[in-house]
Design a protein around this ligand. Structure first.
Ligand SMILES: [Zn+2]
Length: 115
């Protein structure tokens, strides 16, 4: 997947210091992870692919962040994922509710031997 065209990514890398950044196959990498430019649609799509699919299983913040950050990075990625999951309809419905403890079982038979 081509994330950024080479001329613009070259400019970005030249502005940044250190050898944590590199260009590979038309993508900008930071410490081996693909830098995702400030593109709302693209960032949401990446999170959806790591959260909303059956294989990902609507994992929580930690699991989704771990899956996304295996290959991608952008400034504030963790907060971005948290915000996404807070707004995820499926996750909100699946959250654990407050459970009222069950009462002790009692017999329905009125005879003295069962009481
Ligand atoms: Zn969710």
């Amino acid at each position: 997947m081509k994330i950024i065209s080479l001329p613009s990514s070259t400019l970005i890398v030249k502005k940044l210091q250190g050898n944590k950044w590199q260009i590979e196959g038309g993508s900008v990498l930071k410490e081996g992870k693909v830098y995702v430019p400030k593109n709302e649609e693209l960032r949401v799509k990446i999170i959806q692919l790591h959260h909303d699919v059956l294989v990902a299983g609507y994992g929580g913040r930690w699991k989704t962040t771990k899956l996304v950050m295996r290959n991608y990075w952008w400034p504030g990625v963790t907060k971005y994922i948290e915000k996404y999951i807070d707004g995820c309809n499926m996750c909100q419905r699946m959250k654990n509710g407050i459970y009222i403890p069950a009462e002790k079982l009692h017999t329905l038979c009125p005879c003295p031997c069962c009481l």
